[in-house]
Structures are given as structure tokens and as C-alpha cells.
Design a protein around this ligand. Structure first.
Ligand SMILES: CC(=O)SCCNC(=O)CCNC(=O)[C@H](O)C(C)(C)COP(=O)(O)OP(=O)(O)OC[C@H]1O[C@@H](n2cnc3c(N)ncnc32)[C@H](O)[C@@H]1OP(=O)(O)O
Length: 196
């Protein structure tokens, strides 16, 4: 049997969901037809912060449509959730839930990095965007991207960056992201096994 407050804790959001109510989707209204927003994502859908219980709602299976997730146990997942939650104002893992079946069907993360430059400013990084393949082509990708992008603006980031495959440049460009001439290289050094 679990601890008495286990159920409540499992539904505790990773961050304060009230911030999502402050996002001004009027700024990006023209990108959506029909118009949607984080608070009105469409019938049967909800945009909200990640919760511990999302382990049982297909969150990791969803991420496996983005990249290799590995065999992550519930204990590992909860430990990582707690680690993220213990870094305030840093991790904003945001999901779309299909309320008709309780499954997590979209996700994206804003990571906020604290800087000394620009007067001790903060910047955002857009990470791990994914929509369940049976829900694609219905604006949900644009919705989850714009949710965390407006979130970055709301949280005073001076910029938001991302890296993506070439085929997704048109999608991100349509949402205001741009390649800056002479300053758009993405480089990496890998410490895991070289990808085959
Ligand atoms: C920063 C990052 O995380 S980059 C990683 C992005 N994630 C992935 O590649 C994971 C696998 N792919 C997916 O999960 C989805 O295909 C997503 C998230 C990229 C798009 O989700 P969708 O819900 O289908 O997006 P949505 O319906 O909002 O489509 C928006 C536009 O992007 C275009 N688009 C969507 N997916 C792709 C794709 N794979 N290649 C090219 N264009 C695409 C659509 O054609 C659409 O264009 P339109 O507005 O001109 O009609």
C-alpha cells in the first residue's frame, strides 16, 4: 500500500499551472485555424504541466516517438521528476492530455538557463517536442511549441533556441524562429556510444 498522500502527490504538477493562463495566444492567433490556446486547446484536450502520474499515462511511450528512451522504471522516472522539481524556475515539461482516454499525447519542454551575461538574464531552450503519431496534423505540434515559447517570454527569457532536423525548419520558421546568418550552427560532441 502506498503512503497516505501518494495519490495527491502523484497529481502534483511539475510547475504552477496558473502561468499557462497568462499566456497571450492573441499574439499568435494567425498561426492557428481554428484558433486554439493553452487554456482552450480544443475539445477533449488539456495542456498542463507534467505530473508524476503521467508515468502511467504513456508519457515515456510518447517520448519514444522522438528518440530512444530506454527501459526507464517508475522509480527512475519519479527520481528524475523530483530532481527537476527541486530546481525551481528551470524545468517546464508541458504536456497535452487527451481527457477522453487520460493519455498524454503531446509534450515539449522549456529549460531555463541562468546567465551572468545581459545583466544576469535568463534564456530558454526548447527541448523534446513530440506529438503522438495518431494525433499529428491537427495543430497540436504548433500548439505545444507555442505554449512553451510564450512561456519563455512570460518568464522573461531574452531568447529561446532549439535544434532540429532540416525538415522541421519550415515548421519552426512559421512560428517565428529564424536562422541567424553566420550564427546558426549546431555542434555536438557525444559521450554516449556513437550512433550507428
Ligand atoms: C526542438 C525539438 O524537439 S525538434 C524535434 C521535433 N519532434 C520530432 O521530430 C518527433 C516526431 N514528430 C512529431 O512528434 C510531430 O511530427 C511534430 C511535433 C514535429 C509535429 O506535430 P504535428 O502535431 O503533426 O504538427 P502540426 O499539426 O502542428 O503541423 C504544423 C506544421 O508542421 C508540418 N510538419 C509536421 N511534421 C513535420 C515533419 N515531420 N516534417 C515536415 N513538416 C512537418 C506540418 O505539415 C504543418 O505544416 P502546415 O502548417 O503548413 O500544414
Amino acid at each position: 500500500m502506498g503512503a497516505p498522500n501518494e495519490g495527491i502527490l502523484s497529481e502534483e504538477p511539475l510547475y504552477d499551472p496558473k502561468i499557462l493562463e497568462r499566456l497571450d495566444f492573441n499574439k499568435v492567433r494567425s498561426k492557428f485555424n481554428p484558433p486554439v490556446s493553452a487554456v482552450r486547446p480544443g475539445e477533449g484536450l488539456r495542456v498542463r504541466p507534467l505530473r508524476r502520474a503521467d508515468f502511467h499515462r504513456g508519457f515515456l511511450q510518447l517520448l519514444s516517438q522522438l528518440t530512444a528512451v530506454g527501459d526507464v522504471s517508475e522509480e527512475q522516472f519519479l527520481k528524475r521528476f523530483d530532481a527537476m522539481q527541486s530546481c525551481p524556475n528551470t524545468y517546464y515539461v508541458t504536456v497535452i492530455e487527451d481527457t477522453t482516454n487520460g493519455q498524454v499525447i503531446g509534450s515539449s519542454t522549456l529549460v531555463i538557463e541562468q546567465k551572468f551575461i545581459h545583466g544576469c538574464a535568463v534564456r530558454g531552450r526548447l527541448e523534446d517536442v513530440v506529438v503522438n503519431n495518431t494525433y499529428r496534423g491537427k495543430q497540436l505540434g504548433k500548439l505545444i511549441i507555442m505554449t512553451v515559447t510564450l512561456l519563455a517570454e512570460e518568464l522573461n527569457c531574452y531568447k529561446m533556441t532549439l535544434d532540429c532536423k532540416d525538415n522541421l525548419i519550415p515548421l519552426y520558421s512559421s512560428l517565428g524562429y529564424f536562422l541567424e546568418k553566420g550564427n546558426s550552427n549546431y555542434m555536438q560532441i557525444r559521450f554516449d556510444k556513437a550512433p550507428s
